[in-house]
Ligand binder design. Structure first.
Ligand code: OGA
Ligand code: MN
Length: 215
C-alpha cells in the first residue's frame, strides 16, 4: 500500500479498510518520519537494564522460551516524548479501526524489541481464541538501511504449515497490522541488531466481577 502525501486520518482509514478486507495490511512508509526517527533514537539510547528477556505468554521454563524467542523487550509508556507520540499515533489508528470495523478496541500495549545477531522468534500466534483479548497486532520497524543479507524478515502465514502470505523486511517506517488470532508469524534469525515495536489492541471483556484489562 502506498501513501504519498495523505493525511494521518486518510491513512488510518485506508489501513482500516484493508484490515477489514484482508485481515492484514502492510505499509512501506506507514510511520510518520519524525515519529520513526524519535523512536529509533530512543530505542538505541535506552540503558540495557531497561530491556528484559521476553516471555511467551504461558507457563514455560526458561529453556523452552529461549527455543521459541530470543529477543529482549522494553514496554513503552507516555513518560518520554517519543513514547507519548507513538501512543497518540496508535490511538488515532484505534479510532479509525473502531469506526470502520466495529471491533470495540479498548486498550493498547506495546514494547520495543531488540533482536541481536542470531536472535529469532519462531512461528506463533499473538492470541489464542477464547483465552486472551488481543485482537489486532501492530508491528513497526526502526532500522534505516536494512539489507537483504541482514535476514530478520517477518513471515506471515495464512495458516500454520502453508506458504507465507507476506515476507516483510524490518525496514525503517514499515508498518504491519494483522488480526492477532488469525495469522501465525515468525521472525527469521537476524544477522545484525534489529529494532522493532510490537503492539496489541485489546477489547474490554469486563464483566461484573472483573476488570480486564486491569490497567
Ligand atoms: C511479536 C512479533 C514481530 C517482529 O513480538 O509478537 O511477532 O517482526 N514481532 O518483530
Ligand atoms: Mn507475534
Amino acid at each position: 500500500m502506498e501513501n504519498s502525501g495523505i493525511s494521518a486520518t486518510e491513512l488510518f482509514d485506508q489501513i482500516a479498510e484493508e484490515v477489514y478486507q484482508k485481515g492484514v495490511c502492510l505499509l512501506r512508509h506507514g510511520l510518520p518520519e519524525a515519529l520513526g526517527t524519535a523512536l529509533a533514537a530512543e530505542v538505541r539510547s535506552l540503558p540495557e537494564e531497561r530491556f528484559s528477556r521476553a516471555g511467551i505468554g504461558r507457563q514455560a521454563d526458561h529453556q523452552t522460551v529461549e527455543a521459541i524467542r530470543r529477543d529482549e523487550i522494553c514496554w513503552i509508556d507516555k513518560s518520554t516524548a517519543a513514547g507519548h507520540s507513538w501512543l497518540e499515533w496508535a490511538d488515532g489508528l484505534k479510532q479509525a479501526l473502531n469506526r470502520r470495523l466495529f471491533l470495540g478496541l479498548f486498550s493498547f500495549e506495546s514494547h520495543y524489541a531488540h533482536y541481536r545477531a542470531g536472535d529469532y522468534y519462531k512461528v506463533h500466534l499473538d492470541a489464542f481464541r477464547g483465552q486472551q483479548n488481543r485482537v489486532l497486532t501492530v508491528v513497526t520497524y526502526l532500522n534505516p538501511d536494512w539489507n537483504d543479507k541482514d535476514g530478520g524478515e517477518l513471515l506471515i502465514y495464512p495458516e500454520k504449515g502453508s506458504k507465507p502470505l507476506l515476507k516483510v523486511q524490518p525496514e525503517f517506517g514499515t508498518v504491519v497490522i494483522f488480526l492477532s488470532e488469525e495469522f501465525p508469524h515468525e521472525v527469521l534469525p537476524t544477522m545484525t541488531d534489529r529494532y522493532s515495536i510490537a503492539g496489541w489492541y485489546r477489547i474490554n471483556s469486563s464483566d461484573s466481577n472483573r476488570v480486564d484489562p486491569e490497567s
